[in-house]
Design a protein around this ligand. Structure first.
Ligand SMILES: Cc1cc2nc3c(=O)[nH]c(=O)nc-3n(C[C@H](O)[C@H](O)[C@H](O)COP(=O)(O)OP(=O)(O)OC[C@H]3O[C@@H](n4cnc5c(N)ncnc54)[C@H](O)[C@@H]3O)c2cc1C
Length: 374
C-alpha cells in the first residue's frame, strides 16, 4: 500500500486526490489551507483558443486541458456525482477593430482542426448582438463560439473532494510543512497535524510553493499576483447570457442563479495581499455598465480575491523534483489554471498509479524553476 500526501486543495490538488483515491492500492491524504486560494476566487473561464499567447506548449496544455474536462465529468458521473459546477457557454470574443476580429477568426479556424470542442465559430451581426442586449450601441465586433465553458472552481473542488472522501481519502484543513525529505519518504506536519510519513507527495500549493520548499534549501521561481473580481447578484436569466471576453483585461462572466462576475484584475506589486481595493476594477465595471445599464448605480455584492502563481517567463511547470523523484510538483499556472489544472492533477496522480501519462512532461520542465540552493 502506498501512502501519498497531496499538499494544496485547489483545482490541481483536488483533481489529483480524486484520481489517487480511485486506486485501491493508494491511501491518500489531502492537506489544504485555503487562504488566498486562486481556484475559489477565479472567474471560471475555460476558453483558451483565442489567446494572443504564442507559447506553443502553453497552448497545447490549455487546449488539451479544456477538452480533458469532458473525460473528468464522465469519470465523476460514473462515480455517482453529476457536477453542476461546469457548464458549456456561448462565448463572445469582443474586438474593437474589425480587422482584429477577422484575424482572430482565422486563428480560431486554424485551431479548430485540433479542437473538436469548437463547432460553431463566426462573426455575428449588430442585430444578433442587440437581440441579447437591445439597448447596447455596439462599436465593436464579436466572434461567437460554442466552445467555451464556465466553471465554479470552489464547487468543483468541493465535488472532487467529496468523491475522494467517498473513496476513502482523508482531507485535513491545515497549513502544513515538510519536516524531512529522504530518498524514499517524506515527513509532513502542521499546526493541528502530528508528524506523518508518506511514501510520496504531490506539492500543488500554487503561489505558496516557494514557502513550502525554501526551508528545504530549494530556490523556487514562483511569484504571487493578486487578482480581484466583482460579483453581482442580479435578476437576469444568466443561463441565457453569453460569456463576454472583452478587448483588454476584462471579462463579463454570467454564472448560475443570476450571478455575474466582472473582472479580473492582475496586480503584480501586491504580494499575498488579500485586502479589498476596487480601484483596479473601475474600468472593467464601467464596461459592464455598458452591457447592463440598469446595474450602473448598484455596488457589487462581493469582491473575490485570490493569489495567482507566476514564473518569471509566465510558463507553467509540473513533474518530479529531480533529486527526489517520489515528490511531484506543479505551479506557475497563472491566469489559465482552471483550464489546465485538472489535466495536470490527473497526470501527477497517474505518475503514482501506473506511470501512464498523456502529455509530454518535458515541455514543462520543473528544473527550469526549482533548483537546490548552493
Ligand atoms: C481573480 C482570478 C481569476 C481567474 N480566472 C481564471 C479563469 O477565468 N480561467 C482560468 O483558467 N484560470 C483563472 N484563474 C487562474 C486559476 O484560478 C489558477 O491558475 C488555478 O486555480 C491554480 O490552481 P492551483 O491548484 O495551482 O492553486 P490554488 O488554487 O491557489 O490552490 C493552492 C492551495 O494550496 C494551499 N496551500 C498553500 N500552502 C499550503 C500549505 N503549506 N499547507 C496546506 N495548504 C497550502 C492554498 O491555501 C490553496 O488552497 C484566475 C485566478 C484569479 C486569482
Amino acid at each position: 500500500m502506498k501512502n501519498i500526501a497531496v499538499i494544496g486543495g485547489g483545482i490541481v490538488g483536488s483533481t489529483a486526490a480524486y484520481y489517487l483515491s480511485k486506486d485501491p492500492n493508494i491511501n491518500v491524504t489531502l492537506f489544504d489551507y485555503q487562504k488566498g486560494q486562486a481556484t475559489k476566487a477565479a472567474a471560471g473561464i475555460i476558453c483558451p483558443w483565442f489567446s494572443k499567447r504564442r507559447n506553443k506548449p502553453w497552448y497545447r496544455l490549455s487546449n488539451q486541458g479544456a477538452h480533458f474536462y469532458l473525460d473528468l465529468l464522465q469519470d465523476m458521473a460514473a462515480d455517482g456525482l453529476q457536477t453542476k459546477a461546469y457548464q458549456k457557454k456561448t462565448t463572445w470574443i469582443v474586438k474593437k477593430k474589425e480587422k482584429l476580429a477577422h484575424d482572430l477568426l482565422k486563428v480560431g479556424h486554424k485551431r479548430q482542426e485540433n479542437a473538436p470542442l469548437i463547432q460553431q465559430l463566426e462573426i455575428i451581426s449588430t442585430e444578433q448582438i442587440q437581440s441579447v442586449f437591445p439597448n447596447l450601441n455596439p462599436d465593436f465586433h464579436v466572434i461567437e463560439t460554442d466552445a467555451g465553458a464556465i466553471i465554479d472552481g470552489e464547487q468543483f473542488c468541493h465535488d472532487l473532494q467529496q468523491l475522494a472522501v467517498n473513496n476513502g481519502a482523508q482531507i485535513i484543513e491545515d497549513q502544513v510543512a515538510i519536516r524531512h525529505l529522504s530518498a524514499n519518504s517524506v515527513q509532513i506536519s502542521g499546526h493541528h497535524t502530528e508528524r506523518q510519513d508518506f511514501s510520496g507527495a504531490i506539492l500543488v500549493t500554487g503561489a505558496w510553493l516557494a514557502e513550502l520548499l525554501e526551508p528545504l534549501d530549494y530556490h523556487v521561481d514562483v511569484r504571487p499576483q493578486k487578482g480581484q473580481l466583482a460579483v453581482y447578484q442580479t435578476t437576469y436569466p444568466t443561463d441565457q447570457l453569453p460569456l463576454i471576453m472583452l478587448d483588454g483585461e476584462g471579462d463579463i462572466i454570467p454564472h448560475q442563479q443570476g450571478q455575474i462576475f466582472v473582472g479580473a484584475s492582475h496586480e503584480d506589486d501586491k504580494g499575498f495581499d488579500l485586502t479589498e481595493d476596487m480601484s483596479p476594477l473601475t474600468e472593467l465595471i464601467d464596461e459592464f455598465d455598458r452591457f447592463f445599464p440598469t446595474m450602473a448605480d448598484i455596488k457589487p455584492d462581493q469582491i473575490k480575491i485570490g493569489t495567482r502563481a507566476y514564473t518569471s517567463d509566465y510558463a507553467p511547470f509540473f513533474g518530479h523534483l529531480s533529486d527526489a523523484p517520489h515528490i511531484t510538483v506543479a505551479s506557475g499556472l497563472g491566469s489559465s489554471g482552471l483550464t489546465s489544472g485538472p489535466l495536470i492533477g490527473y497526470e501527477l496522480a497517474h505518475s503514482y498509479i501506473d506511470g501512464q501519462t498523456t502529455i509530454n512532461w518535458d515541455d514543462y520542465p520543473v528544473e527550469n524553476y526549482i533548483s537546490k540552493k548552493r
